[in-house]
Ligand binder design. Structure first.
Ligand SMILES: *Cc1c(COP(=O)(O)O)cnc(C)c1O
Length: 339
């Protein structure tokens, strides 16, 4: 293992030894290439630079107590990137190629997978770009698929702690029939202003409402929303949210714990009735929500009464992390062991 200060890692980019790349040219994918370059060379007319022909993924590799490296639900990321590619008319990366590239990128950099005790992990970032000399708005002739990795620290350095979130009605992240359901950079561009504003005002994230009626909760910038009440896990049904693999897993684990699971519209006012709520995604697993302030309607919904995560959030968090690190049995077949 590399000689890094594992315990002081944050969530940022750290140079590793290799990344893997694959080009799509003349209608087919080429061979996987190994690179130690951190830069890419592309034509200034590339569609990824002008028209947002770009998609990405995010997942992690975890080192267990046994020293073994585990990937969590990598097939789901592969399938989602196919949907994202099709959603902006790019050549999709076949599932087998995606998984092979992810495994290879982790194996080549296995000395960067943090030790179990550190609570850190290896973040994996697959990226698909439209290439080629082009000015008109049409799909690119060539594509580049890259997988790079970076060791990242535990998301909660000071422990698992609820944070406040803001509703800002003057901004939308995604249109009802737009690109909200696929993982493309354009959604992040659209959410950048309210996200920066929310951070400036001391909130951990902006909680977006549905863009059409401005009545229902959609999702937090980079994470899905869920609420807990009456022994039920409730998460929004919407045509503009990204289907989070963490959320999908938590729904299953909630059911395993004997909770009811509901996917339906969640009106903003319902926030007043939740016993617990959280944002979920690969980076943090669960970020418990302290309170939600609707900055335009001047309303406050206090969720955590004592400033601590609720018991169900805590149970779900421990269960999911336990499976990812190999401390809990993988009863749903979610884990891929490397080697
Ligand atoms: C990636 C992402 C999530 C979280 O998805 P996971 O698969 O759980 O990591 C949630 N919302 C948006 C907008 C995302 O891009």
């Amino acid at each position: 293992m590399k000689n890094l200060d594992w315990s002081s890692l944050g969530f940022g980019y750290l140079k590793t030894d290799y990344n893997v790349r694959c080009y799509y040219r003349n209608g087919k994918w080429g061979e996987l290439e190994v690179s130690s370059e951190e830069t890419v060379t592309l034509h200034m007319g590339a569609t990824c630079l002008h028209y947002g022909q770009e998609a990405f993924e995010g997942l992690k590799a975890y080192r267990g107590k046994d020293g073994k490296i585990r990937l969590f639900r990598v097939e789901e990321n592969a399938k989602r990137m196919i949907r994202s590619a099709e959603g902006v008319v790019m050549a999709p990366v076949p599932e087998e190629l995606f998984i092979k590239a992810v495994k290879k990128a982790v194996e080549l950099n296995k000395d960067f997978v943090p030790p179990y005790e550190s609570g850190a992990s290896l973040y994996i970032r697959p990226l698909l770009l439209g290439l080629g000399a082009q000015v008109g708005v049409k799909p690119a002739p060539e594509y580049l698929f890259i997988v790079f990795v970076s060791p990242v620290g535990p998301y909660f350095k000071e422990g698992f702690k609820p944070t406040p979130m803001a509703i800002m009605r003057g901004y939308d992240r995604a249109a009802p029939l737009g690109t909200g359901t696929i993982k493309v950079g354009g959604n992040y561009a659209a959410g950048m202003v309210p996200t920066v504003l929310a951070h400036e005002k001391g909130y951990s994230a902006c909680l977006f409402l549905d863009a059409k009626e401005k009545k229902y909760i959609d999702e937090c910038g980079p994470a899905n929303f869920f609420g807990i009440k009456d022994n039920t896990y409730i998460t929004p049904e919407s045509t503009s949210i990204l289907p989070s693999i963490t959320n999908k897993s938590l729904m299953q684990l909630a059911e395993d714990l004997g909770l009811k699971v509901e996917r339906r519209h969640v009106p903003e006012e319902e926030l007043a009735t939740f016993e617990e709520a959280g944002a979920c995604g690969t980076a943090a697993v669960i970020s418990p929500i302290l309170r939600v302030d609707d900055l335009d309607e001047h309303k406050t919904y206090q969720i955590s009464k004592d400033g601590k995560p609720g018991p169900i959030c805590e149970k779900l968090y421990n269960k999911l992390r336990g499976i990812q690190y190999g401390d809990e049995p993988d009863t749903h077949g979610w884990v891929t062991l490397l080697d």
